[in-house]
Write a protein that binds this ligand. Sequence first.
Ligand code: NI
Length: 502
Amino acid sequence: MKYVIAAVALAAISASVWFFSTDQMRTMMPADTTTNIEVVATTTSKYDNINVKTIERREHEGRSLMSVAYPVTENDAINQSLEIVSNDFISEFEQVAAEQEDLYQDYLAETGTVANSAVANFIQHFDVSFANDTYVAIAFDRYQNTGGTGQSTVFAKIYNRATGDEIPLRDLFTDESYLQKLSDMARTTLIKRVESTAQTLDGSPTAIAEFIERNTELITAGTEPTPDNFDGLVIGEDGTLTIYFDKYQVGPGSDGIVSIEIPLADIAELLTPEVREIFSIAAPVAVQPPPTPAPIQPQVTSDVDCDIAKCVALTFDDGPSVYTATLLDTLATYNVPATFFVLGKSAKIQPNTIADIVAGGHELGNHTWDHKDLRTLSGEDIDAQLRRTDDLIDSIVGVRPQYLRPPYGAINDTVRAHVDVPIVLWTVDPEDWKRPPHAELIRRMTQPVQSGYIILAHDIHQPTVAAVPEVIAALQAAGYTFVTVSDILRQPTVAGQTYRQR
Ligand code: NI
């Protein structure tokens, strides 16, 4: 193969220009369509000590076109490596161009139709994405077309400028886990992109669902955590990592090269200390598992040892109310302590009753501000329901409730996560709010009781308050000692955990 060598100064080439169109190439070529031509040119780049070498070839009367650009640095070892990489591409061009020319000649002989465009077109361009005294990072971009829309690929190479050693992409990261992490991030981003594109489409819901499914499959396959899928990692001077995916890798060909950008700071935990230093990225803060809540020591309010005595706890919810004062009198008469799970909004109206509860030797618990089903609230709103009530009680009596009883006993993981005290439910529920007959209510509050049980009742219902003297008498007759919830539980408890009995 013979070339006419033309040395042309290509001052217009900048290292940051991607892709040459074939039109641009033709303007660089001498206007001779009959001869194979090679143009080799070197020009400076915007980077110190990095020049741009360009090799262009036109063969087969202009039906095969090639333009290959690569950097030339001050380091011979780097240059050799870059030359090998580029020569591979040039060899492939020669082979493909020859095959295409054979096909073309057959086609011409059969049909007499003359091609009016290139039958083989290979372009390699590059960008210096990062350069300092120690490192240079080069992103190569290749385009190959033998008809149709062609194939585009991106890959990156990083070199140590002092030693000339190539630094494998993998060496930017502390260990192999980077592939899985980048895969996860890429999938999330790309699938979101597909979903937002889908919203702009006209079509039946089924067609749109199929569009999403088809693209999600392509994304999933193209982002499997393998080094091949992630060979287009380009670190930029602005501290971002761009992941380039080849044409067809994660989407249809019409998408071309697909890329996503990740701030290096977001993946600080994956980067080696050296990479972090270059880009001034702070060392990652080690992610601590959430601390196991420390056991809460019980507030002992009596000398009763429920391991020996038969203990039972009376608890009253939803107050304070207009009946609470009467209830406190009854409890004082029998010298019986109880536990009151109060509502913040009611405590606000009757602060004196709250003070009387504490003065009477009883225990206070939090029953939320206004009796919302906490499962229906955001974490923030759960916090507000609890904190507001605690703060109010604290402001009245200088005591913060040690327990939460959620309205309806309703809890889920969110509730558990936002509660910083133990959750106290009950063992005996007489359903006093259904206003059963007096004798039936007493039976329900006493018959099922065993030692260590917690009885649920409500001091907002007058019949309940009226039944308490007989309930106390019956249980005392059966040998029970009344204690607070703290005394029933006595053993260390854990925030967010549920307790129903001793
Ligand atoms: Ni309630």
